[in-house]
Design a protein around this ligand. Structure first.
Ligand code: PEP
Ligand code: MN
Length: 341
């Protein structure tokens, strides 16, 4: 339920409503707009239904949120878009971000060389997984803890904020020490304890869509993070399982405009993991940017042939600037600009 306060509602009236909401066993989430304050009363249906706040001092009207996800719903922000800001780089609204880097932090040299290329190409954030979810337990599992200082070093040199994956709640403190954005991978989209813990950190989250997850399931997963008081969630479309074997996953670009209708949260597209193949990455990126995505997360490597994982889909670092320029143009078609500091 959304409680829309009157334009001139006083602080005391807002506080009184919050108290009533909490006394009824629901959570109160406050969203201060330019003109009015809206209080989201979130909780079990019975708690929220009997609040009886119609006509209370300062209350203008009540609006039920019909979707099962509440804080993530478009309705909750009444048409306003969430802009997530990471070290001065804005993502969402009119702002587009290019997030790029190797699949995994393989070595100091690879992460530093890639970071320099991303920086020179005007990229906004650096990606790289220290902990890797691998289909085979015999494949390289990432450098783990040893990879984190290398990301920190790349940030210290280039100033690029870091996006890195957290797979296990036991690594939370270590990852929070380095990450500017915590990535939750497709395979963990419905790991509800992880979502809750990451929500409690307040660190921005890049939440990847599960391999067979519906958009409603993605938004319900985002709700777990938002519910903990962390408003900074970036949704990521990375391709879903389909029947065509000539590419890795089917990039669901329809998700971009559909999510725009369902939620105020920014939507990032990962063309690399969907494609599995370098030649497909640029056309998919252009299509995503033109469709109105708020950013791209893409894999790039100085020598993809030698990459430990996902080599065939990684872009060449020395050609990355050209690619980034094309993507920027496509984003401009959708009315978005890169936010550089
Ligand atoms: C990744 O981005 O490094 C990754 C493993 O992606 P996904 O979780 O989408 O498979
Ligand atoms: Mn990868």
């Amino acid at each position: 339920m959304m409680i829309v306060m009157k334009e001139g509602a006083t602080e005391d009236q807002v506080a009184a409503v919050i108290e009533r909401v909490q006394a009824a066993g629901a959570q109160a989430h406050i969203s201060k707009g330019e003109l009015v304050t809206v209080i989201g009363a979130i909780g079990d249906r019975e708690h929220v239904a009997n609040l009886g706040l119609e006509g209370a001092p300062g209350v203008d009207h009540l609006v039920p949120i019909l979707k099962p996800y509440k804080l993530a719903s478009e309705q909750y922000k009444r048409g306003e878009r969430t802009v997530v800001e990471v070290d001065g780089r804005k993502i969402g609204g009119d702002h587009f971000a290019t997030i790029a880097g190797p699949c995994t932090v393989e070595s100091r040299e690879v992460i530093l060389d890639t970071a320099r290329a991303v920086k020179d190409a005007g990229g906004q954030l650096l990606r790289g997984g220290a902990y890797k979810p691998r289909t085979s337990p015999y494949s390289f599992q990432g450098l783990g803890d040893a990879g984190l200082p290398l990301l920190a070093e790349a940030k210290a040199e280039t100033g690029l904020p870091i996006v890195t994956e957290l797979m296990d709640v036991r690594d939370l403190d270590a990852v929070v020490g380095v990450a500017d954005v915590i990535q939750l991978g497709a395979r963990n989209m419905q790991n509800y304890t992880l979502l809750t813990e990451v929500g409690r950190t307040g660190v921005p989250v890049l939440l990847k869509r599960g391999l067979s997850a519906t958009l409603e399931e993605l938004l319900m997963a985002a709700e777990y993070v938002l519910k903990e008081g962390n408003p900074s969630v970036l949704l990521c479309e990375r391709g879903v399982r389909a029947f065509e074997p000539s590419y890795r996953f089917a990039l669901d670009l329809m998700a971009v405009p559909v999510l725009r209708e369902l939620t105020h949260l920014p939507v990032i597209v990962d063309p690399s993991h969907a494609a599995g193949k370098r030649s497909l990455v640029e056309p998919l990126s252009l299509a995503a940017a033109a469709a109105g995505a708020d950013g791209i997360i893409v894999e790039v490597h100085p020598q993809p042939e030698e990459a430990i994982c996902d080599g065939p889909q990684q872009l060449y670092a020395d050609r990355f600037a050209e690619y980034a320029e094309q993507v920027e143009r496509a984003a401009a078609v959708a009315g978005k600009v890169l936010s550089n500091v």
